[in-house]
Design a protein around this ligand. Structure first.
Ligand SMILES: [Zn+2]
Length: 440
């Protein structure tokens, strides 16, 4: 990493947020991800406070109770205090699906699409994922790490405190490992939480076009074992789609991941339908997209803890008329999460509030459902439900404060950023500085 990258700001030992107009605790999800009407239950406390010590949440309640607490009274001078009068505080967003390890935006593809070219037509003409491969293969690790760190800093300013980051624009053994190392290096300079995913099975790269079986073997026999051995990834993802990988190939890759104790997740049913039952048997953490999921698979998903992660930013950016069937999924009891799918080809947005806005307008999710899907169910999608996604004693101190008096304004103001500050594992951040506070 270059020398101008600074270490994360120091964590204040004790942090007290007071006078919060609406505190969305999302408490009480210990038994499973949120489903059905439970997705609307935000556990709101008014005139609230949150007290954090050493990066963990210690107490949650009314401000008047917190300021009467004997320990807080005695140590008040040592506590960093932030007055949140008139504001909303919620758990930091858990963005469970992003692809930030790339060098350049895909502006030619973007422009082509304005003349009517589809995602698949652009890919067939050499655009799409193929066009990001050359840059990433040539880039140094530190250059990639800088890109990822810029992304991490930006998302913190949008209220995101935990993020899943995928490789997948190298598609050689070396460049996939280099991408994962870049994610690790960037994460070590950011106070939030990063979960790494190996997406060696993003597409079959051109040089393997007539040898796809060998490419799947490269993923299973080299990429997965090495990523696991070097502890560079927690999950393995597959783009299961026509033009990418079949369900059978996905199953093989999932088996290899499982043999190396890595979790699994897949992009499915974005452009074409894949039958999910066989893959569900391997208990993937998440199936993402699900635009054209079948009714039968919706019934199977409703009985499982595999999260349906919806990414409407991609539908929006591709100019599609249809969006994922959120209402049908939620009303059938499928646990649903929202994520940005940040990537240069189909969803160049870092904003969870924008995604929530799309979910409300185009997928008819309620503002409350969009918040639970972006916090506690995002945490379930990453296996972090014990630490993330709700504001409860014992959980990590991950918070986002919005300059709005009512949480419904978060998805309401389209493409606005109303974040005042975020707290990432106990570290308050606004801009690149520590948030304005009282005595510290
Ligand atoms: Zn994706």
């Amino acid at each position: 990493m270059s020398s101008d990258i600074k270490r994360p700001s120091k964590k204040p030992a004790a942090l007290l947020l007071t006078n919060i107009r609406q505190l969305l605790t999302l408490r009480g999800s210990a038994t499973g991800p949120r489903r059905g009407t439970d997705l609307s239950n935000l556990g709101i406390v008014e005139d609230a406070s949150v007290f954090c010590l050493n990066g963990k949440i210690v107490s949650v309640g009314k401000t008047k109770e917190a300021v009467r607490d004997p320990w807080i009274r005695k140590n008040r001078k040592k506590i960093v205090e932030i007055d949140c009068a008139g504001k909303v505080v919620l758990p930091g967003f858990v963005d469970s699906h992003t692809h930030p390890v790339f060098i350049s935006p895909r502006l030619v593809d973007f422009e082509k699409r304005t003349t009517g070219a589809s995602y698949e037509e652009i890919a067939a003409a050499g655009g799409g994922i193929q066009s990001s491969l050359r840059d990433v293969r040539q880039a140094g690790k530190s250059q990639l790490a800088e890109k990822v760190l810029q992304f991490l800093r930006t998302i913190a300013m949008q209220g995101t405190t935990t993020v899943e980051v995928k490789s997948g624009y190298g598609l050689t053994l070396d460049s996939e490992l280099k991408s994962l190392e870049a994610i690790r290096d960037a994460a070590s300079h950011w106070p939030g939480t990063v979960v790494s995913t190996l997406l060696g099975a993003h597409i079959v790269p051109r040089e393997f076009r007539n040898r796809r079986k060998q490419y799947v073997e490269l993923v299973c026999r080299e990429m997965i074992p090495q990523a696991a051995k070097k502890k560079l990834a927690q999950f393995v993802d597959v783009f299961t789609e026509r033009g990418a990988f079949t369900a059978g190939e996905t199953r093989k890759i999932f088996d290899a991941a499982r043999n190396h104790n890595l979790g699994t997740r897949a992009h499915v049913c974005q452009l074409s339908r894949t039958a999910l039952l066989e893959l569900l048997e391997l208990d993937p953490a998440s199936f993402d997209h699900l635009d054209c999921v079948s009714d039968a698979d919706i019934r199977y998903l409703a009985r499982r803890n595999t999260i349906a992660t919806l990414v409407p930013g991609a539908n929006h950016f591709l100019g599609l008329r249809n969006f994922p069937p959120a209402r049908k999924l939620i009303d059938s009891g499928v646990p649903v999460a929202l994520a940005t799918d940040f990537n240069p080809g189909t969803s160049p947005t870092v904003s969870m509030p924008f995604v929530m806005s799309l979910a409300c307008t185009h997928m008819k999710m309620s503002p409350a459902e969009s918040i639970a899907a972006s916090t506690i169910n995002g945490a379930w999608a990453l296996g972090l439900q014990d630490r993330k996604g709700s504001i409860e004693p014992g959980k990590d101190a991950d918070l986002a404060c919005f300059d709005v008096p009512d949480y419904r304004e978060i998805p309401y103001w389209i493409a606005a950023n109303k974040v005042v500050f975020t707290v990432l594992n106990g570290v308050p951040v606004t801009g690149c500085e520590i948030a304005p506070t009282g005595d510290s």
